[in-house]
Design a protein around this ligand. Structure first.
Ligand SMILES: *Cc1c(COP(=O)(O)O)cnc(C)c1O
Length: 403
């Protein structure tokens, strides 16, 4: 795979038929090293955010040895790419076949539950194993997250203590976990959830070996600049001290988005302009699902094959390539007012839940991939590890480093 200095170099040196995913291994390694060094416990990468081989490889190279998976295919992926890594199977609802194969064929010992029925399934399919780490997933509020994960998983406060007791009875190690929702904008959300977990543990009256605070760590999108990542770590560290758990209880987290969002951007081509609408060659059935379905705003900049005088920005709506009218990205996306057919747009921060959600619908869905060496549009791990937005100026990018 080719490495280019910048996406602009790529656009100016090659004919591009397919949309191009630009991979930034340095951004991924930096985010991962930051978490490995600053989180006071184990960091499990949540594989669903971006299961690309290069991501798993780069994470391993920068310190990861523990992964959170939700399906047998993800178990197989980690077993293949990172054979020495530990795997936690933390989907609270698994098929019997997946439990059996994970335990017997892949050595997985860590499983999540949020019901007695799932506990029974795990015990039956592992032949009443006595070496299980069982993690009870608790339902907590999603109030501070931009992407709610409430309502689908997690045992309620009413039923939690009893399930924790049952799990304790069968577990070699017992954990509790929760997910406060994705792109959490307030560190205090972790504290609130951890104190709620503490309350349920006390009610259950048993000891707990692991507190798993889940994912939800944020990254930067237009109009969404979260507090510094260290504030999340501080909130978790403080709350952990206030929890009534054993002195030697372990702390885990499961970041997905925060590790990979900055690590990929996407180059799309404008195939037609109608007034303030641009028809581009990727969309909601491709790597831009969230832009269409969650009205997520991604940063954009124009890349042109030749230098042109800069024109003022104006708001555009984007249409993806499929024939489906929901393949539309309302934006508005601010781009130079003279943008037209044959120009390119780089869409930033699509490393999380971008490539992971692509489909082949309507014959689209083929991507090219390159490595690039410039900065991402924004980073949580800038100078002094402060959130840093690199103004994505539009038409002209000297050496690809936007000013
Ligand atoms: C999706 C998911 C994560 C990752 O969430 P982010 O918001 O991307 O950090 C972690 N744990 C579980 C159980 C998940 O389902």
């Amino acid at each position: 795979m080719r490495t280019y200095h910048t996406p602009l170099d790529l656009v100016r040196s090659r004919h591009l038929e397919n949309p191009v995913v630009c991979r930034r291994p340095e951004r991924l390694a930096r985010a991962n090293r930051w978490f490995q060094e600053n989180f006071p416990g184990d960091v499990l990468y949540a594989v669903k955010a971006n299961p690309s081989d290069w991501v798993i490889d780069e994470l391993c190279a920068s310190g990861s040895d523990f992964f959170e998976v939700a399906s047998l295919a993800e178990v197989e992926l980690i077993a293949r790419r990172a054979p020495d890594a530990r795997i936690a199977f933390l989907h609270p609802v698994k098929s019997r076949h997946a439990i059996r194969r994970a335990y017997h064929d892949f050595g997985v010992r860590i499983f999540a539950i949020d019901t007695h029925q799932e506990l029974e399934k795990i015990l039956e399919e592992t032949d009443q194993a006595d070496d299980l780490t069982l993690v009870v997933r608790l339902a907590v509020s999603s109030d501070f997250a931009r992407f709610s994960l409430a309502g689908k998983f997690g045992v309620t406060a009413l039923d939690g203590p009893e399930l924790i007791q049952s799990a304790r009875h069968h577990a070699h190690e017992l954990g509790v976990s929760f997910h406060i929702g994705s792109q959490c904008m307030e560190p205090i959300a972790f504290r609130a959830a951890m104190l709620e977990a503490s309350r349920l543990i006390v009610q259950a009256g048993v000891t707990v070996d692991i507190v798993d605070v889940g994912g939800g760590f944020p990254c930067i999108y237009p109009g969404m600049t979260p507090p510094a990542m260290q504030r999340y770590i501080d909130a978790i560290t403080d709350a952990f001290q206030d929890m009534l758990v054993l002195e030697n209880a372990k702390l885990w987290c499961e970041p997905g988005r925060a590790l990979v969002a900055e690590a990929e951007s996407l180059i799309v081509r404008v195939d037609l302009r109608k007034d303030d609408t641009l028809y581009i060659n990727d969309g909601s059935y491709g790597a831009l699902f969230d832009a269409a379905h969650a009205q997520w705003r991604f940063p954009v900049r124009m890349l042109t094959r030749e230098d042109r005088p800069q024109t003022p920005l104006s708001g555009f709506k984007l249409f993806g390539p499929t024939c489906d009218s929901i393949d539309a990205l309302d934006g508005p996306f601010d781009l130079p007012s003279d943008i037209d057919e044959g120009d390119f747009i780089e869409i930033g921060m699509i490393g999380a839940y971008g490539v992971a959600l692509t489909t082949q619908f309507n014959g689209f869905g083929a991507f090219d991939h390159v490595f690039v060496q410039d900065d991402a549009f924004a980073t949580m791990f800038g100078e002094n590890n402060q959130p840093t937005v690199i103004p994505a100026q539009s038409a002209f990018i000297d050496e690809g480093i936007a000013r």
